[in-house]
Design a protein around this ligand. Structure first.
Ligand SMILES: O=P(O)(O)OC[C@H]1O[C@H](O)[C@H](O)[C@@H](O)[C@@H]1O
Length: 578
């Protein structure tokens, strides 16, 4: 892993992006020219919403979520306050930090944790962003509960999952510390959110009030990203100073020669309009979680009104013949790490006519800059596509369906029956519209619906394990080879607050496989009549309903009580479905 917390002496230099855009270059240049003629960069910093949308209400909404533009500068002033809090937490004897939240409230901490080693003055950190009872239990068993600082992170303060996580662990710690339980809890939320009242009432150690005008997926450089980062021992001042350098490069202080966010955003927007709408991210192993953050930023911002850019993360780089004409490849890595295998493949992809963009960082402390570059680029691409990047209208549809299902659970004690199974084989049950005499035939019929430009999305409502990750990757590789479509994969319910927006709001190009499993070792939620497992099942069922309301091509596969075994059975059936 590169250089960690020791700032390289290249601190203020913005890492260059190399854009090899081939036959798309001329159209992209023309769009850049058009944007420059209308002084786009200046209008952008002045929050001129008409650059994106023309509807007055949408414009008002858009302007009210542009606080992220200067949040890095604001947060530089808050560094002493955050560092003092870290000292206080250590003096109080905390030995571990658990950050709990969904989507934009936990994505940056996940990236910070996996891209940096724990700093010498930091604490070990875990992130909980799933209702999966197996994962909740794993976290509970792996931390010293009484000496753990729990951060409940929710901008709105109304998201069901973080509130459930908070209640669950508050109850657990109360059993150990009685009235002193609140000492172990910290809230990060917006001023005036309902959660402020609850955290105050429950005696939380600290409430960090974030900024109403900073949306979740644009909040990496606010308290949401920086408090966990500082507790983990990352030099947040350096991260922010470099982010401010990127702000300036993007025109925050006035006219600039070349705006790196504008150049990237225009390229991505124009490429998407010309059918290259699958942004395929290739990274070295040490940046493997960056894709989670980018997925949320790009999919949730652009995937609406039947348009959008689909981020494809975690697909191993392949040879040119594996891909259709719907890709743009983006490599984000380190200048001083050769990562030869990936880089050579990217060269071959470029030679074969695919657009390839390369960004090389000096070290992980450049991540703040990259967050900012990509935020600007996403907002700019949205302007090319003429959509509001700051709303997520279709996320709510799954939440509403889940809420309705949870009401049924409360009244009837269980979830209502879903559609009838089409095939049951070796303990695995398949539910879908198409038919087949056995699993292989059914899978063949399901994938028979795929055409060029489509993608497969795998939704794993499972407990993440290395074995499952491997099988899911195998499934993606097999589908890519057999059907030449892009593949994405996410654990549920995490992706609901991320790519879930694109699945329902983006173009109708997705085939969706939802994996569910029994929860023999479920966990009861304190003060509620249901378990984490039931909640998670309702989320899966609710999202499936929402997808089906849009007539999306769906296949639910219930893996029985052993997810890894079940998945092997599915892979074998898929192999036989050729
Ligand atoms: O931070 P919160 O208000 O709890 O929201 C967490 C996440 O949930 C929602 O579903 C949104 O789609 C995300 O953009 C957001 O980041």
């Amino acid at each position: 892993m590169a250089n960690q917390n020791q700032p390289a002496n290249t601190a203020a230099v913005v890492p260059a992006a190399t854009l090899h855009l081939g036959r798309y270059q001329a159209d992209i240049d023309a769009k850049l020219q058009e944007f420059n003629v209308k002084n786009f960069t200046e209008g952008f910093w002045n929050k001129e919403a008409s650059l994106w949308v023309q509807d007055a209400q949408a414009q008002q909404n858009l302007r009210s979520f542009m606080g992220w533009l200067r949040v890095a500068e604001t947060m530089l002033e808050a560094v002493p306050e955050i560092e003092q809090f870290v000292q206080e937490a250590k003096q109080a004897g905390f030995k571990h930090v658990v950050v709990m939240g969904m989507g934009g409230s936990t994505m940056a901490p996940i990236v910070f944790k996996s891209s940096f080693e724990q700093g010498p003055n930091g604490l070990p950190m875990s992130v909980l962003d799933t209702t999966d009872p197996g994962t909740v239990r794993q976290i509970e068993e792996s931390v010293p509960l009484a000496d753990t600082l729990f951060i409940v992170a929710s901008k709105s303060g109304t998201t069901a999952e973080p509130l459930a996580f908070g209640d669950y662990f508050y109850d657990r710690v109360r059993q150990l510390k009685g009235d002193k339980v609140g000492e172990n809890f910290v809230a990060i939320t917006d001023p005036g959110s309902k959660f402020v009242e609850q955290a105050t009432r429950e005696g939380y150690r600290r409430i960090f009030l974030n900024f109403a005008e900073v949306g979740g997926r644009f909040s990496a450089l606010s308290y949401f990203g920086l408090v966990p980062a500082a507790l983990y021992g990352i030099n947040i001042r350096e991260v922010l100073e470099r982010s401010v350098a990127m702000m300036q490069a993007c025109g925050s202080n006035g006219p600039v020669e070349q705006n790196p966010g504008l150049e990237l955003g225009v390229a991505l927007g124009v490429l998407a309009q010309q059918g290259r709408d699958k942004l395929t991210l290739i990274v070295p192993e040490s940046l493997s979680d960056l894709g989670l953050w980018l997925e949320q930023l790009i999919a949730e911002s652009t995937g609406k009104e039947g348009k959008g850019i689909l981020p494809v993360a975690g697909e191993p780089a392949g040879e040119p013949e594996l891909y259709g004409h719907d890709r743009v490849f983006v490599y984000v890595g380190y200048r001083n790490q050769p990562d030869q295998e990936n880089r050579q493949k990217l060269e071959r992809l470029e030679q074969a006519g695919h657009p390839v963009i390369t960004i090389l960082m000096n070290d992980p402390l450049d991540l703040g800059q990259e967050f900012f570059r990509w935020e600007v680029a996403t907002a700019v691409a949205s302007a090319v596509l003429e959509i509001n990047p700051f709303d997520q209208p279709n996320v709510q549809e799954s939440k509403t369906a889940t809420d309705r299902l949870m009401k049924v659970v409360q009244e009837q004690g269980k979830l209502p029956q879903t559609e009838e199974p089409k095939v049951q084989e070796q303990g695995v049950t398949y539910y879908t519209k198409v038919s087949g005499g056995n699993a292989a035939e059914l899978l063949k019929a399901f994938f028979g619906q795929a055409k060029a430009g489509d993608f497969l999305n795998i939704q794993a409502y499972l407990t993440e394990t290395p074995g499952l990750n491997e099988s899911l990757q195998q499934l993606r590789a097999q589908v890519q080879q057999q059907h030449h479509i892009a593949t994405t994969s996410g654990y549920g319910p995490r992706f609901l607050h991320s790519t879930g927006q694109y699945h329902k709001g983006g173009p109708d190009t997705g085939l969706f496989i939802q994996f569910t499993v029994d929860h023999p070792q479920d966990l009861q939620l304190p003060g509620r009549s249901y378990t984490f497992g039931t909640f998670k099942n309702a989320q899966a069922q609710g999202d499936l309903e929402a997808l089906q309301n849009y007539n999306r091509r769906t296949l639910r596969i219930h893996l029985g009580n052993d997810a890894e075994q079940g998945l092997h059975t599915v892979l074998a059936a898929l192999g036989a479905a050729k």
